[in-house]
Design a protein around this ligand. Structure first.
Ligand SMILES: [Zn+2]
Length: 90
């Protein structure tokens, strides 16, 4: 606990001078006329800004056997995929 010494005084036979700032034990018997408590609650920390996570980025596109291995196009049917694959064979 930090205290400001308000006037010259002794604590446990140690002389504290007026105007000094000193660290004293909580158990120390001090007179509030002689010491002013300096420890104050810490100011509020700035609130952390939480960014919303874009869930769309995390969505993995669903794939099936009807996905063209060459271009990734998803066909609606096996026949469609076959006919689509032919378009790559040139
Ligand atoms: Zn393709």
């Amino acid at each position: 606990m930090k205290y400001r010494v308000l006037r010259n005084c002794y604590v446990y036979e140690i002389l504290y001078h007026e105007g000094e700032v000193c660290e004293l034990s909580d158990k120390a018997e001090i007179c509030e006329k002689n010491f002013e408590l300096l420890d104050k609650p810490l100011p509020d920390a700035p609130q952390a800004i939480t960014e919303a996570v874009n869930d769309e980025d995390a969505i993995i596109p669903s794939t099936n056997d009807l996905t063209c291995p060459k271009c990734g196009k998803v066909c609606k049917s096996e026949f469609g995929l076959r006919s689509h694959s032919k378009s790559h064979k040139k």
